[in-house]
Design a protein around this ligand. Structure first.
Ligand code: C5P
Length: 224
């Protein structure tokens, strides 16, 4: 069949991005982090004191928003740039996490980012993770995956990730942030998070990282 599109959606902090990266590596595909784009947009709005509730601010913010990804040759990691500046670390801070779901409810912002994501995946051979990838960005994706894990497991993993980057955050605060993002992401009008009927469900609470990657790579190879 040749190259396909793999759409990985799911709740916050269930390991979508590390899984998607490993799947992309195994298949020689490009990994695209759609959440990083919403995070970069959020940072842009925060930095410029723009309000997502003000249509004038939304228009102004979108006009001056330029997001791109560049491969860091030393780490071999795709890093996120906002208007030419590397924001890979800044977009993962709690300051951004606490505001991103609100920004992601704005339909003008979603439409712009979805259009950019569709352009990035036009040539196929991509693994993209997010919330609406299998439903809105690539409804015809050849492989759709819906990832879940229980809230406690997700929070512990997220806490370790933040600590590795030097940010010590209380577990309860992380739980609250993940639960509130899930709630906003699942109930918004535009591109809500939901499991598509044709998606393969992967619950990562009790399986190892290698097992979850293998399950997806094996399914992709059956299709390719
Ligand atoms: O994937 P990550 O947790 O980094 O995404 C951050 C936030 O960006 C999500 O909580 C969600 O509000 C938003 N998002 C989205 N649609 C996507 C990807 C992320 O609304 N496709």
């Amino acid at each position: 069949m040749g190259k396909i599109v793999i759409a990985i959606d799911g709740y916050s902090g269930c390991g979508k991005s590390s899984t998607a990266k490993a799947v992309a590596k195994a298949l020689g595909y490009t990994y695209i982090d759609s959440g990083a784009m919403y995070r970069a947009a959020t940072l842009h709005f925060l930095n410029h004191y723009l309000l997502a509730s003000n249509p004038h601010d939304v228009e102004k913010g979108l006009k001056t928003l330029e997001i791109s990804f560049h491969l860091n040759p030393e780490t071999n990691i795709q890093e996120t740039y906002l208007n030419g500046l590397n924001v890979e670390d800044e977009i993962r801070t709690m300051r951004v996490s606490e505001n991103v779901s609100q920004i992601a409810t704005i339909k003008e912002i979603r439409r712009e980012l979805v259009a950019q994501q569709q352009r990035l995946g036009r040539k196929k051979g991509v693994v993209m993770d997010g919330r609406d990838v299998g439903s809105v960005v690539f409804p015809d994706a050849e492989l759709k995956v819906f990832m879940t894990a229980n809230l406690h497991t997700r929070s512990v993993r997220r806490q370790a990730e933040l600590l590795e980057k030097g940010e010590l955050v209380d577990l309860e605060d992380i739980k609250k942030n993940l639960a509130s993002r899930d709630q906003v992401d699942s109930t918004r009008a535009e591109g809500p998070l939901k499991k598509m009927e044709d998606a393969m469900e992967v619950d990562t609470s009790d399986i190892s990282f290698d097992e979850q990657v293998k399950a997806i790579v094996d399914r992709a190879r059956e299709i390719i």
